[in-house]
Design a protein around this ligand. Sequence first.
Ligand code: SAM
Length: 280
Amino acid sequence: MQNTITQQGCLYVCGTPIGNLEDISLRALKILRQVDLVAAEDTRHTRKLLNHYDIKVELISYHEHNRYERGRELVGRITDGLQVALVSDAGMPGISDPGHDLIAAVLKAGLAVIPIPGPTAAVTALVVSGLKTDRFAFTGFLPRKRNERLAEIERLKSYPYTMIFYEAPHRLKATLKDMHEVLGNRNASVARELTKLYEENLRMPLQSLREHFENNEPRGEITLIVEGAGEGSLSYAPADIDLDELLQQLLAGGLSKSEAAREAASRTGLPRRELYKRML
Ligand code: SAM
């Protein structure tokens, strides 16, 4: 039943699972039960989630192709006092889906937007990649056309921090190839089907990822994490090697700094430049 016009209208931006239906907060369930209307990217998809939790609420579609007219309609209904929850097919609305437009329109109309945080594939994949997390860029989907994709990767080549990409399975091999050719053999991670039955995290350099997916056709939902330029990440260092001790031994053995860096790189698989910087 709808609330009366006396209540304050607002838009709840509501995080939902990225696979495992249990990854939803108690607060999100409470809000989904209490709102007048849920605006969903794909109503059939969201209905499954709501049925799982026995939530009965009116659903309305809000997606890429109706976002302008539906956005105006939703702003009108929130202005009239309705409480609306915005959800996407997976994760946080507004991250690589049309949610942002509605959020901006509601704010522009001077109405309240309230976050109900939940998982997002980008951050979930990042934290288990083993690559640096202190600074990172979310880059979303790369362009589909090869020349545009290459130009974008080229633009990111000097970006010094970890990068997060979303990718469709049928484009993964081409993207890994382009990245390997432009960025070199950087450490990376492919997070596939996070939180689902066939979850897989492949943490290896771009070349090995290319080889892996030449023999294993990519399937499912994919988030790709790639280390930033120059810095190199020490995350894949074998746990039992003391890097400083190794470098000191090599220097004491008569190698120059650059020779020691090269030798340590070949023994540990770590980027030579990172090892060289460590000696300075
Ligand atoms: N709003 C969502 C979020 O917060 O993560 C992302 C929406 S975007 C349209 C969908 C893309 O997110 C997929 O193509 C995939 O790249 C990534 N993704 C979503 N679920 C995933 C999962 N379970 N495992 C890995 N990547 C996932």
